[in-house]
Design a protein around this ligand. Sequence first.
Ligand SMILES: [Zn+2]
Length: 375
Amino acid sequence: MVHSDEFTVGWICAISTELTAAQSFLDEKYDSVTNVSQGDYNNYTLGQIASHNVVMTVLPDGEHGTAAAAVVAVTMLNKFPNIRIGLMVGIAGGAPSKNHDIRLGDVVVSYPLDGRGGVLQYDFGKTIQNQAFQITRFLDPPPFLLRSAVSALMANYESSGHDIKRTIEKIIEQTPRLREKYQRPPLSSDILYRSAIIHPTDSENPCLELCGVDPSRTIRREPRDNDYEDDPAIHYGVIASAKRVMKDAQIRDKLAAEKNVLCFEMEAAGLMNLFPCLVIRGICDYSDTHKNKQWQGYAAMTAAAYAKDLLSLMPSVQIAAVQPSKEDFASMAGTKPGEAASGRPGGMRCYLTVPPTVCVLHVVEVETELMPMSM
Ligand SMILES: [Zn+2]
């Protein structure tokens, strides 16, 4: 039995499909937690990846969004006080553009750009009369240790490529019941429609049948060269997060052009300023009206495969040497609603009311000006 103090990596999923994918990458699965704390409604999966003890949890069914993710993260940190780093691993809607050839199954990693954190909360900002909505919030960047590991893995992939596709195939060979939902769908189903083409809402028939593949309606992309291009590709940059599902190709394109957004999801903004966290997202659709679930399983697998590669190159002693995230967190204890927690840019504030076993989470949104991210 591994004690809760021995877990250093916290891995959060938003939906059960992502958790299933994540569990399939564990090198060893431990017994589940038996001592449940008061107020802890999380369900934990415990196990080992490389030399790390990893605890995984998932948002309750039907709960999405930044606040739900914050509550789950806080509760997990209370239960596992030595979690040093956090991973938010799952699926997202892609924002392909001229600069970023994003395809289904690709992976997007939150990474600071132009001195700003890698997660943009695009529904947080200012509405001013006669002016366009102003987004004012980038969140804390991933911690130094994680960014350093991302850079090292980036270099490895660049020189030697990766083995994500084959790794997933091996897992599915060993666990055939995953095949139907988690194997790579046919490439013919990866269709990017032009932004003006809207999926009909009055029919349940599949997209291929209703919207077709006519070149006047779709954007043609050359097949990847398997000798020189990684497939799936890994993209690094801004992940847009908000309490809303993005199904609008024109807003998607605008945010991609103006803010360099690579994908859209609904949880990361609730986490980034709470505990050190890297967001890893597999692309399962294109954030437009053609959104469907066909690629969700495979996209969850590619994101989890990347997360495992990342953990595999991080020595456990290095992670153990990082200041526990709970200390950051505990430093906020006692902060009153509306007050800024020390050392953090404005925005969503979370603080604990002690004792920590009775985890009372307060989420307070404070208007903030965009400011350089602190390390
Ligand atoms: Zn369609």
